[in-house]
Design a protein around this ligand. Sequence first.
Ligand code: ADP
Length: 415
Amino acid sequence: MTYIIITILILIIILLLIRLSITDKKIKEITNYTTELLNGNYAHRIIKKEKGNIAILIENLNTLAEKLEARRLDWEEKEILLDILFEGIREGLVITKKDGEIIKFNSSIKSIFPMVSFQPGKVIQELWINRNFIEFSTRKPEPNKIESLELDIPEMGKSFLISRFYVEKNQLILYFFIDITDSKNLKRMKSEFITNLSHEIRTPLTAIKGYLEAIEEPDLNKEDRKKFLRIVRENIDRLTNIVSDLLLLSDIERQERKLKTEKIDLNELASEVILLFRRTAENKGIQLEFAPSKIPDYYGDRFLLQQLFINLVSNGIRFTEKGRVEVSINFANERFYITVSDTGIGISSDEIPKIFERFYTVDKSRSKTQGGTGLGLSIVKYIVQLHQGEIKVESKLREGSKFTVILPAIQSPSS
Ligand code: ADP
């Protein structure tokens, strides 16, 4: 009997020991599992063999792992989208903490400001030693409101619109940097153009008014009246020239991208323009020369190219007192080289870059008395650009000037 009781007791102890060891093994497995979860490894699962509370615990842990895995994938997707947005944008973007510490920035900001070193951890106020920017970025941010600053950076020759947006929930500030140099220049050029235009128009109008008043004087002699009438006519011509040049300029600007391209024999076109100016050149005692050479047909806008020849040849004649004005056209390396050279007054090297600006004339009074508007070369430059070409000037004061227009051979529109 005692033997049986002892055997039963031993069996109970063995069963208890076995159960204890299973629980201990499982607890170890569960501990490892939670460590994996803590380390971000959500793919692992425990196979449930037990019953009761341990089974519920395992099931809960497996569900938690599944949810964490789904959330991570969702988060990764969001991060990829954010990166695409961040990197795909042309504007510079910087995210900082509320105190200005940089957390994230895109590559555009680095190409916009190559001289500034962007680093996470740096404070945004350190980027430029610029009082306005430091003041702007140090100011207490207003939640969910866009604040902006226009900043000129003279050492870069650029202007920026800097906007910032404070997301109160995350205590983060998003900075946008937009390059507004071109639009600012355009605005400036527009207002300069209007100022110049008003000036250019007012001058002949004042002259016309003044001389007409003088003509009205009853005791004006016949000779003076004739002289004043000539001046009035000259000023009216000047106004007409300005208006037609402006109309041509705006017409060219509007025509952009839809050139009326046709087959052109440039030799023929040049000869027509030479014919137009032969009398004027003869009257001035200037030789006007053009020797056609063997060149292929060009495909371009006939009317605009005619204007180009007219402006260059007329300048050559107007700014030459004696000697020659020569036109030549050559073809080499798939390019047409049109040159108009003269033995005139020449242009100094510091004036050369300016002569293509609208209304720019080296010698105002000289240009005006000769019917100039200061618009001719800006029209020429525009026409050249429309034909994907370039224009070069070589000139020496009192020796003469040579304008070379290089036009790439454009294929026939039908080919
Ligand atoms: P303008 O109507 O005054 O000729 P342009 O735009 O054609 O205006 O030329 C601008 C200025 O460039 C002229 O006023 C003149 O000072 C200078 N220029 C142009 N062509 C010549 C040239 N062949 N020789 C000397 N100066 C020139």
